[in-house]
Design a protein around this ligand. Sequence first.
Ligand code: C5P
Length: 223
Amino acid sequence: MQDIPVLTIDGPSGVGKGSVARIVADKMGWNLLDSGAIYRGFALSSLSRNINLTDEQDLIEHAEKLDLRFESIEGQELLNVYVDGVEVSKELRTEKTAEIASQLAVIGPLRVALLKKQQQFKQSPGLVADGRDMGTVVFPNAPFKVYLTASAQERAQRRLKQLQNSANAGNISQILAEVKKRDERDANRKHSPLTPAKDALIIDTTCLTIDEVITKVMALVEV
Ligand code: C5P
């Protein structure tokens, strides 16, 4: 029996993984996994349940029970996200939530507890999965792997654009500092660090439009 195809898209913050993944999944008619939303949702749920963020055992137990649901709304670009039954889509996408998610994401056993949740997204007819360790750890046997990069300055600009609708979007130098700090932590952690899989196609998107990136990624999957 033929295995369900998976395209992994990894890379640092603000590189455009989310948009590329969404568009390619749409074009291919495949399912979509935004693994960052799982780490962010977990962070929000832990905060709202007053879990001690320094107690690894409590965090792991909570991860195993995490109640997270995605809902796609017609005509709306981003999915609605529910944590413990409560809609948290806006809060989920703030830099503050990303920072807490990144702090928790260094804990190896916690990543293991969230692994199955991510792998369950692999369903027919295919999956596009975006994150930091999709090609290296979560779907190491995926037939299609992409690693997107861009200069930190460019990524901060893109992130600012993304956050423009939020009341506390911040300014470019603040976002640049946050993005750099988060990437450094993600790249230097012991468990599942941010790094390209050996068999990933690396695309530097600094000077590319989103359409140009999509064309390159589609050329890989449309074989
Ligand atoms: O991709 P996003 O910015 O939503 O991810 C938020 C944080 O979650 C990242 O900075 C990273 O620390 C963590 N993360 C991770 N592994 C993934 C996806 C996200 O460690 N596969």
